[in-house]
Ligand binder design. Structure first.
Ligand code: KQY
Length: 375
């Protein structure tokens, strides 16, 4: 059994590494629920398989699937992807999986946040979410990593770090009364310091327009490396995203990171605007307790929702008019990595993208025996 530790990562000398640091591998979950994924989730499954294939070129990938879908998932996933039976309510591994932390000796441990399906009974996306709530713990068991149980509701998509003491978050999400209504900004920061090992929290305002997670940072902006942030940009004055991106840009311009540096901001184009088509909405079944999706709804498409793998970037392809510009920008920001695009509209229709469906496990330092002693 994995140990649940009594103290906090910061108290034990642990920090969350940047996603751009070396990984041991990547975890995903299999899309299955027909009230979130159209046409019995088949188109989404093909897209997820393509993401697993793409990340699998760079690092080991594990996918969790229900007992019912094990055989069909096995036929769609490449052989080098490990498939394990793992119950879940939906498939957003970024949010329900563990947030891993490391120490200077290369030991890896996991933070298990409380999860309430992005808002619980006050605007959450589905009920129940009890199986999602267990996913992080199960992943840590399988990976033999010790666990910290954080005392707050949080999701992996709501935080980005530079690995050097800085966290990037949005007020819209982390101060939303549907997450931790009794905690104010100072109390949230205290928890982020304790569980991510950061000393500086940079607060942006709102997330991407109409993002159903209440403005996850991972749709809006991310660290490419310490001192460099990618930001979803919008030049169209009349678009509701315009004010959001400009406000974020101003806050980033005025911010200093934990080491006192100014940030360089790289603007990523915004796809679309993109909307749900009638035939896409009609492929969903409606179910009580699940947020309904309707034709014409604006989709929170963003190129900032890419995954940084060892030696690669796996980015969503969302709009033929902007895909190549986004890919060129990412190639320039990540000169040492190969940029791979995956057609990702089917993932977007479910409310997120490639970053949201993946969660990295950092590499233990080679030769330290750190994985073996991580419990
Ligand atoms: O990490 C993310 N941004 C998750 C998106 C979850 C969407 C739920 N439908």
């Amino acid at each position: 059994m994995t140990r649940t530790l009594a103290r906090t990562p910061a108290a034990d000398g642990f920090r969350m590494p940047g996603e751009f640091e070396r990984h041991a591998g990547c975890w995903m979950l299999w899309p299955e629920r027909p009230d979130n994924w159209r046409d019995a989730a088949r188109p989404a499954q093909l897209a997820f398989a393509q993401v697993a294939l793409s990340i699998g070129q760079f690092e080991p990938v594990t996918v969790g699937v229900s007992a019912l879908n094990f055989t069909s998932a096995r036929t769609l996933l490449p052989e080098n992807v490990r498939l394990v039976e793992l119950a879940h309510d939906d498939c957003w591994m970024r949010d329900v999986g563990p947030t891993c932390v490391v120490n200077d000796r290369g030991v890896v441990r996991g933070v298990d946040w409380h999860f309430n399906a992005w808002g619980g009974l006050n605007g959450g996306l589905y009920f129940p979410w009890d199986q999602d709530e267990l996913v992080a713990r199960k992943v840590l068991e399988i990976e033999r990593l010790a666990r910290y149980r954080a005392p707050i509701i949080n999701e992996g998509g709501a935080i980005h770090v530079d690995g050097q003491g800085t966290a990037l978050v949005t007020e819209e999400c982390l101060l939303n009364p549907n997450r931790n209504p009794r905690l104010d900004r100072a109390a949230i920061e205290k928890n982020l310091r304790a569980y991510l090992g950061v000393s500086q929290v940079i607060w942006l305002g709102k997330g991407v327009f109409n993002d159903e997670t209440d403005g996850h940072i991972d749709e809006l902006a991310c660290f490419a490396r310490p001192g460099v942030v990618c930001l979803t940009w919008c030049d169209k004055r009349r678009d509701p995203q315009y004010a959001i991106s400009h406000d974020a840009w101003e806050r980033l311009r005025d911010a200093r990171d934990a080491r006192g540096r100014r940030l360089k901001v790289v603007r990523l184009p915004m796809p679309g605007p993109l909307y749900m088509h009638a035939r896409e909405a009609h492929g969903l079944i409606t179910r009580e307790g699940t947020k309904a999706r309707t034709a014409g709804e604006r989709l929170a498409g963003s190129y900032a929702n890419f995954y940084i793998a060892n030696g690669g970037i796996v980015m969503p392809l969302l709009d033929a008019r902007t895909d190549s510009l986004a890919a060129r920008r990412l190639k320039r920001v990540f000169p040492g990595r190969r940029v791979v695009g995956v057609p990702a509209r089917e993932i977007l229709l479910g409310g997120g993208n490639i970053h949201c469906i993946t969660q990295q496990i950092p590499a233990a330092r080679r030769g330290s025996g750190a994985r073996a002693q991580s419990l």
